[in-house]
Write a new protein. Structure first.
Length: 62
């Protein structure tokens, strides 16, 4: 995903910055501990598509 796009994308729930792990298949909101999928390079930032993550899962993505 283009870095310029990543710079302007925010979490649809809290408007915080999103983090993209090395696998580039998801975007992470560390504040809400949610993972949003990236399908064919297109972020799916619908609240109902967010998957809850544990603190440990987020730490493993760093």
């Amino acid at each position: 995903m283009d870095n310029k796009l990543l710079d302007i994308l925010v979490c649809p729930l809290c408007n915080s910055k999103l983090y993209q792990p090395k696998d580039k298949q998801q975007l992470i909101c560390k504040f809400d501990r949610l993972s949003f999928p990236v399908d064919d390079g297109i972020p799916v930032l619908l609240p109902e598509k967010g998957t809850s993550l544990t603190r440990e899962q987020i730490e493993q993505l760093n």
